[in-house]
Design a protein around this ligand. Structure first.
Ligand SMILES: NC(=O)c1ccc[n+]([C@@H]2O[C@H](COP(=O)([O-])OP(=O)(O)OC[C@H]3O[C@@H](n4cnc5c(N)ncnc54)[C@H](OP(=O)(O)O)[C@@H]3O)[C@@H](O)[C@H]2O)c1
Length: 210
C-alpha cells in the first residue's frame, strides 16, 4: 500500500519506518523535506520524502501526526476520497483555544474534511513505544484503539496497527473516539488486548455515550 505521512516527528517517523519495513511504500513529509534524509535512510528502500502535498497525493491512505491545530488546516479537496488516519491530540496549551462545537476531536476534524474518511488511531500510544518497535526492541503486546465510520478504512487501519507491531482494538464509530482522545478515560494507557476490551465493556456498561 502507498502511505503518505504528514508530520514525520516522534509519531510519524517511527510509524513510517515500521510500515516501510513491513513492505509498504511510504512517503514522509515535512515543511523542510531536505531534513528527512536520515529518516528516509533509516526506513530503507521503500521510503522517500516530499512536501505535505506530495505525501497526500502519494498515499492511498494518509497518516496525519501533526499538532491538532495544524491537522484542522489539512486541505479537504486534496484528501477527498481518501482515508486519513488521525493520530493528533488536542492540547490547548500547544494548539490554542479551539471551539470543537461540542463534538470529539476527530469528529471536529472530520467535519472540516468533507469527503475524507477519518479513522482515529495511534493517538493514545506513547511515542517511545512506537520508537522501540521501529528499533526492534520489544516483544510486549500492547493494544491500540481505533475508531471510525467506514468498515473498509477501519480494516486498513487495523492492518497498519498490526504492521506497527501493536494489537488493534475496535472502539466503535468515530463518535466513540472521545473515549481515548486526550483527556478521555482510556487515553495514554499501556494495556493488553484483553484489558483494552474489558475497559471498553466497562464504560459501555456504565452508560458511556458512544
Ligand atoms: N509524542 C507522543 O507520545 C504522542 C503520542 C500520541 C499522539 N501524539 C500526537 O501526535 C501529533 C504529533 O506528535 P509528535 O510527538 O510526533 O510531534 P512532533 O515530534 O513535534 O512531530 C510533529 C511534526 O509535525 C510537523 N508540524 C509541526 N507544526 C506544524 C504545523 N503548524 N503545520 C504543519 N506541520 C507541523 C513538524 O514537521 P516539520 O517541522 O518537519 O514540518 C513535526 O515534525 C500531536 O498532535 C501529538 O499530540 C503524540
Amino acid at each position: 500500500m502507498r502511505i503518505g505521512i504528514v508530520g514525520s516527528g516522534a509519531i510519524g517517523g517511527p510509524l513510517g519506518r515500521l510500515w516501510a519495513n513491513a513492505g509498504h511504500d511510504v512517503m514522509f513529509s515535512s515543511r523542510r523535506p531536505d531534513q528527512l534524509r536520515t529518516l528516509v535512510t533509516a526506513a530503507g528502500s521503500k521510503a522517500r520524502a516530499g512536501s505535505a502535498n506530495e505525501a497526500m497525493d502519494f498515499g492511498q491512505i494518509v497518516l496525519e501526526a501533526v499538532p491538532f491545530a495544524a491537522s484542522l488546516d489539512l486541505p479537504a479537496d486534496r484528501l477527498a476520497g481518501k482515508a486519513l488516519i488521525s493520530a493528533s491530540n488536542y492540547y490547548p496549551q500547544r494548539d490554542g483555544e479551539i471551539d470543537l462545537g461540542g463534538v470529539s476531536q476527530s469528529e471536529a476534524l472530520a467535519q472540516r474534511l468533507p469527503g475524507v474518511t477519518v479513522v482515529k488511531a495511534f493517538n493514545m500510544m506513547f511515542a517511545e513505544e512506537i520508537e522501540a518497535r521501529a528499533n526492534g526492541d520489544t516483544n510486549a503486546s500492547l493494544a491500540i484503539y481505533f475508531a471510525g465510520d467506514s468498515a473498509d478504512a477501519k480494516s486498513t487501519a487495523a492492518s497498519l496497527i498490526e504492521a506497527a507491531k501493536f494489537a488493534p482494538v475496535d472502539a466503535g464509530p468515530l463518535a466513540a473516539g472521545w473515549i481515548f482522545e486526550s483527556g478521555g478515560p482510556l487515553y495514554a494507557k499501556r494495556m493488553s488486548t484483553d484489558e483494552a476490551k474489558s475497559k471498553l465493556e466497562n464504560l459501555a456498561r456504565n452508560g458511556a455515550p458512544s
